[in-house]
Write a protein that binds this ligand. Structure first.
Ligand SMILES: *Cc1c(COP(=O)(O)O)cnc(C)c1O
Length: 509
């Protein structure tokens, strides 16, 4: 039986359903499992024969001990079926693994494509599951209030959450995105969202402003009371929710299994994963997989010019007091990687200490992790940074040498991997996690493959056709025809007006 406690309060003991509904602990900590289930060699032998949906139900059931295996399998079958995930958009060698197919670039270099879902980015993998976890959790806990999901997004989360929660019973969802911090494609995907239970608003500010605004609303007890009187409880779908992290652990196992099945590695061999990182959710799932026993040698944490994590792994100092850059990989433009708190909790094992570090972060904008802890962390993680300019070169190189097109986020990871390999003089078997279809970031990708002209993400969604004309790479199903879609949510608000937007949605019937 696995219970959930808080990174800042060990005395908590929530069931899986409660943890998923609650999202965040009341004192501000993140919810974490109180033990880590182990997956042995025999279990991996079993996983080899399973479909992605079966692998997912298996892994999820180890952590959500208050959900039955059958219940979870029904959810994963619905979440990852051919109706939701479409490998025909794949540029690589699509397998029957719909949710996370692998592409072999060359010996020891594989790309796991996590973007075949409804929004063409990796967050679909988790956000097709979270609403199903939540719906079931409302019943399991006998909750009286309906749920209103609040999301601050730097682009991809917002649309993926909207798709996941659209018209889900007893759920509403309000998404806030930074007005100038997302691509045209992302913006139109969100502002054209269907559904009676959804709200979408642009914020004057950057992603951190949006996230801070959402955190403030969650911390506002008076507002919670006001909403509760209307039968509504706030919850989160951001990558701090355990129900977001859990489904992401699966593709680490699945990629490993697929490589064994393809004869690329032998059972028991070690693998590296290289992950384009923002809020530290994706790569943290790899940390859990490794803790569970998956033979992962190390996790390479790739950052863009917002290199706060690269510095952290090098120095042990997390310092958000720095210039914020808007880059061509906007989903990684983050100064406070919230999920890092979970890593620190597992490595330090002392909720009191974590509470202190996080208080320092909010007061001084920085904290320092003791050397002994960093030694252990560095045994698992290494960080690296890649610029927009170099990222474009990687995109062009891969396209012209291998006919394989990647997006700007994946390019950061691929570039960091090459950098590491050059410095270390070896090419250890590595899976690069590919987090978005190149068609989600057409401006930068088109600029990269054409070389001369500078297209930007605000040149409009017509660039999808232009990129297709240039590369003939298949356009993912959810992005085809986007240009014709009607804008339902044109609104722009200040951070101070965010609460009114939530109130308005709560009142909507
Ligand atoms: C969200 C996102 C990331 C970063 O993932 P985290 O879990 O926040 O570290 C990277 N690439 C894309 C395309 C994303 O949408």
């Amino acid at each position: 039986m696995i219970k959930y406690n808080s990174t800042r309060n060990n005395a908590l003991s929530l069931s899986g359903a409660e943890a998923i509904l609650q999202g965040l602990s009341t004192e501000g900590g993140l919810l974490v499992p109180d033990s880590i289930p182990l997956v042995g060699t025999d279990d991996i032998q079993n996983l080899l024969k399973m479909s992605y949906a079966e692998r997912s139900a298996y892994i999820c059931s180890l952590f959500l001990t208050d959900y039955s295996r059958e219940e979870l399998l029904a959810m994963t079958n619905a979440a990852y079926g051919a109706e939701k995930f479409d490998v025909n958009g794949s540029i690589g060698t699509a397998t029957e693994n719909f949710a996370a197919p692998l592409y072999k670039v060359k010996d020891n270099t594989y790309v796991c494509e996590l973007w075949h879902g409804p929004t063409a980015a990796f967050k679909d993998i988790a956000l097709q599951m979270l609403p199903r976890f939540m719906s079931a959790a409302l019943t399991k806990t006998g909750a009286k209030d309906d749920v209103l999901i609040l999301v601050a997004t730097s682009g991809d989360t917002g649309k993926a959450a909207l798709e996941g929660f659209c018209d889900v019973d007893r759920c509403k969802i309000q998404v806030f995105y930074p007005k100038d911090g997302v691509s045209d494609v992302q913006k139109l995907q969100m502002t054209s969202q269907a559904g009676q239970n959804v709200g979408v608003s642009a914020i004057l500010g950057n992603f951190d402003d949006a996230q801070t605004g959402v955190k403030n609303i969650f911390g506002d007890k008076g507002f919670a009371k006001e909403l509760s009187a209307r039968g509504t409880a706030l919850s989160s779908a951001n990558s701090i929710n355990w129900g977001r992290l859990l489904p992401q652990i699966v593709y680490y196992f699945s990629a490993y299994c697929d490589l064994v099945n393809d004869g690329e590695i032998a059972p028991g061999d070690k693998l590296d994963f290289c992950v384009p990182t923002g809020n530290f959710g994706n790569i943290l799932a790899g940390y859990y997989a490794r803790k569970m026993g998956l033979p992962v040698r190390r996790l390479i944490c790739a950052s863009n010019r917002n290199d706060v994590l690269t510095e952290f792994f090098a120095t042990g100092v997390y310092n958000r007091n720095r210039e914020f850059f808007t880059t061509e990989s906007p989903s990684m433009d983050i100064l406070v990687s919230s999920n890092l708190e979970r890593l620190l909790y597992h490595e330090i094992g002392d909720a009191q200490k974590i509470a202190e570090l996080m208080a320092q972060l909010s007061q001084d904008g920085k904290y320092t992790v003791p050397d002994g802890v960093m030694d252990s962390v560095r045994g698992i993680f290494t960080g690296g940074t890649y610029s927009d300019e170099s990222g474009r070169e990687v995109i062009a190189d891969l396209w012209y040498s291998d006919g394989y097109l990647i997006d700007t986020h994946t390019a950061v990871a691929y570039g960091v991997l090459e950098q590491k390999r050059e410095a270390e003089g070896e090419a250890f078997p590595t899976v690069v996690l590919s987090t978005a279809s190149p068609y989600k970031f057409c401006g930068a990708v088109l600029s990269a493959v054409t070389g001369g002209t500078d297209f930007t993400e605000t040149d409009g969604v017509e660039l999808i056709d232009a990129l297709y004309g240039k590369t003939r790479a298949p356009v993912p199903r959810p992005l085809a025809g986007l240009a014709e879609r009607e804008v339902r949510f044109p609104g722009v608000v200040t951070a101070a007006e965010m609460k009114d937007e939530v109130r308005r949605l709560a009142e909507r019937v």
